[in-house]
Ligand binder design. Structure first.
Ligand code: C5P
Length: 310
């Protein structure tokens, strides 16, 4: 029996989310910049002798069945390994809010791939794990790799960017009782924006080139803060009061560089020049946020994704 394996599974925020157009497979063609942050779940796993794969979680209400990306990732990794007798007992300590646009579920699935690759001694490379991850969800390859990345295609085509030059701080806000369905958000986007969608690979590639060359990305720093464009915010905010409330409270904060929604929402965040400023801002608005049912987290940027605990 090998020793248990423990991994951290960080959340991400979107520093850019541009919906370019529709693809023939029904997904949206995206141009994004994703950034790992130090709000992380923890996944622990150990071998089982009977070939079963089971999951427990410290958060009641989160499904631990076949619909959980951890179980799906474990089953896919085992099936592709050809060793059908492998088993694992997994336990998730949940810190990332659920249904938030922070890729919490995707990062947990990515964590299962990394942890079980080690536990089962499969020797898959990071590139192989990223390819496997892409079969499970659009955000999952990013969660394996993490850091600061351009993400194209449906989100799975990664181009790494240099890490931030300054230790930017993030104040993250979400109503724990509100979640947004990603398919719903993209469906709404299609309804209201498809007349503005770009058509064809040539037009997509022109936008990608513009983003690759964006001054604010080389590297991230407080003096040229990311514009924080998120095309889904335009369709989600008008229909989600907690998003509007979060943006209203974050926007006037002293020292904030930019404010936006992350992913398909409803979590929103403000960027600060450093972590201490984000901590201060949290302190300042915690009561106002709580009065609106909003919870807050002060975070730093991370230069990596899922990581084996030392
Ligand atoms: O791949 P993932 O499971 O994250 O996607 C969830 C849903 O979000 C998809 O079924 C699709 O409706 C929508 N989506 C999309 N275009 C993307 C990513 C997701 O339309 N690039």
């Amino acid at each position: 029996m090998t020793a248990p394996v423990c991994v951290s599974a960080p959340a991400k925020i979107n520093l850019h989310l541009e919906v370019l157009g529709l693809r023939s497979d029904g997904f949206h063609e995206l141009a994004m910049v994703m950034q790992s942050i130090d709000l992380a779940d923890e996944l622990r796993c150990e071998n089982t002798a009977d070939g079963s794969i089971t999951l427990t979680c410290d958060q009641p209400g989160l499904s631990c069945g076949d619909d959980n990306l951890i179980i799906r990732a474990a089953q896919l990794l085992r099936a592709r390994s050809g060793f059908g007798e492998l088993g694992a007992r997994l336990h998730l300590s949940k810190r990332i809010p659920i249904g938030a646009g922070l890729a919490g579920g995707s990062s947990d699935g990515a964590a299962a791939l990394v942890a079980l690759n080690r536990l089962w001694g499969l020797g898959q490379s990071q590139a192989q794990l990223e390819a496997l991850a892409a079969d499970l969800g659009s955000d999952m390859p990013f969660c394996v790799a993490g850091g600061t990345q351009l993400c194209f295609g449906r989100g799975e085509q990664l181009e790494p960017l240099p890490p931030a030059r300054q230790p930017l701080g993030v104040l993250l806000v979400k109503n724990p009782a509100v979640s947004v369905s990603t398919p719903w958000a993209y469906g709404e986007c299609r309804k209201s924006r498809s007349d503005r969608y770009l058509k064809g690979e040539e037009a997509f590639e022109q936008r990608r080139q513009l983003l690759r060359a964006a001054e604010w990305l080389h590297p991230l720093q407080a003096s040229t803060p990311p514009p924080l464009r998120n095309d889904l915010q335009e369709v989600v905010a008008p229909q989600t009061p907690s998003v509007r409330k979060a943006l209203d409270i974050l926007d006037p904060l002293p020292g904030r560089l930019r404010v936006a929604m992350s992913g398909s929402g409803p979590s929103c965040f403000a960027l600060f020049a450093d972590r201490a400023l984000a901590d201060q801002a949290k302190h300042q608005v915690e009561a106002a946020l709580a009065a609106e049912g909003l919870k807050s987290w002060s975070c730093s940027l991370l230069p990596h994704g899922v990581k084996l605990a030392s």
